[in-house]
Design a protein around this ligand. Structure first.
Ligand code: AP5
Length: 210
């Protein structure tokens, strides 16, 4: 199964991709996660990407296309993969088309008020990357990861001003992909505002009934 999870920041792409990865045993590939790891290790690529991410802007196409090209060549992608956060622009979608065919494009739909609530409340473990939400899925002990005891941190780009910029970038550069995939009749919509379990159930239904 080769699948794209499309949708605005905070709609739950990462959450659903994690569940799907466990269920169908194919790798989740998140360009956001890959870029954050590069920033943490202070690589040349990380240094290039950092300012864009902190400013709520998209990293240049050629950088992320290069990342995806390399990643999809790895042997664990042979049986399929889940793309979380790629493609995000028309040139990225066109580049992907030359790399591999795609079976499913799932669009998780949300609304701005809920996206902001989710992003502002998100906390991530600095050690194992497990995700929490201060209201919806809080840790047992404040600011401490239930799984590994690591510190929970707020992403730099999850502050209100940067969230607004990310949403604007989504509208400007990523939303056109909805029409792009609609024209190819491969886009299927799932309500991202339902509970995590409900969204997952609906997502599975869409990919199993194609
Ligand atoms: P990236 O990390 O991909 O961020 P994003 O797309 O903005 O998505 P998020 O990770 O913020 O949200 P999500 O939809 O995964 O939601 P999540 O499951 O975490 O990218 C970051 C940056 O990297 C970009 O801004 C850009 O600069 C750069 N970048 C990455 N890819 C790029 C590309 N292809 N091209 C160019 N630049 C790129 O959930 C959010 C919160 O909500 C969590 O707290 C979660 O617990 C909670 N939640 C989730 N689902 C539910 C639910 N159903 N009910 C209640 N709470 C929920």
């Amino acid at each position: 199964m080769k699948l794209i999870l499309l949708g605005p920041p905070g709609v739950g792409k990462g959450t659903q991709a994690n569940l799907l990865e466990k269920k169908v045993q194919i790798p989740k590939i998140s360009t956001g996660d890959i870029l954050r790891r590069e920033i943490q290790s202070q690589s040349a690529l990380g240094q290039k990407a950092q300012q864009f991410i902190n400013d709520g802007k998209l990293v240049p196409d050629e950088v992320v296309i290069g990342i995806i090209k390399n990643r999809l060549q790895k042997s664990d992608c042979r049986a399929g993969f889940i793309l979380d956060g790629f493609p995000r622009t028309l040139p990225q979608a066109e580049a992907l088309k030359t790399i591999t065919p795609i079976d499913h494009v799932i669009y998780l739909k949300g609304n701005e008020e809920e996206l902001i609530r989710r992003l502002e409340g998100r906390r991530t473990c600095s050690q194992c990357a497990k995700m929490y939400h201060v209201t919806f899925t809080p840790p047992k002990k404040e600011s401490v990861c239930d799984e590994c005891g690591g510190d929970l941190i707020q992403r730099k780009d999850d502050h209100r001003e940067t969230i607004s910029k990310r949403l604007q970038e989504y509208d400007r550069l990523t939303k056109p992909l909805l029409e792009y995939y609609q024209k190819q009749e491969s886009l299927r919509e799932v309500d991202g505002l339902a509970s995590v379990e409900e969204v997952f159930k609906n997502l599975l239904m869409k990919v199993e009934t194609k």
